[in-house]
Write a protein that binds this ligand. Structure first.
Ligand code: F6R
Length: 261
């Protein structure tokens, strides 16, 4: 695990976007796992800027989103389909057939979840997965208590997540109760993972994920089992880390470290 602490949200966004861009530049048909929510918006703006100003090419890139609300049609203003098109895909030259967002309105969720898992494998597996973290420690919509071996399936959202996401809806009662989400096991199969977090409300889940025992009560802690995960944090999100000084020391010494460190 690597923990990178930055002063600003903009720095987190630019540093993580560079990692995604490096993968696309070295593998034009890279498969990218994507998240919604407020956290990755700066990263997505930076990818759009790199596409427009530096020619970052998405023509052969495939994407898989982590999750979608059950019951929302793709054109619903709060659907994750719509969010991704408005905040990322419309600004890129990505091919519509290479974009995958779980269906919130399929007539057969079990079959759809199995298909989604198979489709990831058919495309060669996820090269890099972008993650945010919930205030309850969830990754994707794997709420506390989710199996750390879980696969794509329907999850009932926690009250805390419904409260957190109510800001996007006119009324809390409109927030869907169920979501279709990649499992923790699905996420852990990505070759590389970047988790972004900013703001004081992420300090506790970040400390639990990085420095507490691996536990289903904070599904982000499962990332301790992944061989190539980097956390991109601002000072507020890193505030409760006991080893914060050490992570900053490693970061400062990185340019002089032996190759492969
Ligand atoms: C969204 C997702 C969630 C969010 C998390 C943080 O696709 O999978 O796990 O990453 O809820 O959301 P924000 O970034 O809005 O704080």
């Amino acid at each position: 695990m690597e923990v990178m602490i930055y002063k600003t949200y903009e720095e987190i966004s630019k540093a993580s976007a560079k990692v995604v861009a490096d993968i696309i530049n070295s593998k034009p048909n890279a498969v990218i796992g994507l998240a919604t929510g407020s956290t990755p918006l700066g990263l997505y703006q930076e990818l759009i800027r790199m596409h427009k100003e530096e020619g970052l090419d998405f023509a052969h890139v495939s994407t898989f989103n982590l999750d979608e609300y059950v019951g929302l049609t793709p054109d619903h203003p709060q659907s994750y389909h719509r969010f991704m098109h408005e905040n990322l895909f419309n600004g890129l030259n990505i091919q519509p057939e290479n974009v995958h967002v779980p269906s919130g309105t399929t007539s057969n969720y079990k079959a759809f979840c199995e298909w989604y898992e198979k489709r990831i494998v058919e495309c060669g597996g996820i090269d890099i997965q972008v993650l945010g973290v919930g205030s309850d420690g969830h990754i994707a919509f794997n709420e506390p208590g989710s199996s750390l071996g879980s696969r794509t399936r329907i999850k009932t959202l926690s009250k805390e997540t419904i409260d957190d996401n109510a800001r996007f809806f006119d009324d809390r009662s409109q927030v869907p109760i169920y979501a279709i989400t990649m499992g923790v096991g699905t996420v852990l199969e990505a070759r590389k993972i970047v988790l972004l977090a900013n703001g004081a409300n992420k300090a506790k889940p970040i400390a639990d994920a990085i420095e507490k025992p691996v536990c289903c009560m904070c599904t982000a802690s499962a990332l301790q089992l992944h061989p190539d995960t980097t956390f991109y944090l601002d000072g507020e999100a890193a505030a409760d880390l006991k080893m914060k000084d050490y992570y900053e020391w490693i970061q400062a010494k990185k340019p002089g470290a032996p190759a492969g460190t």
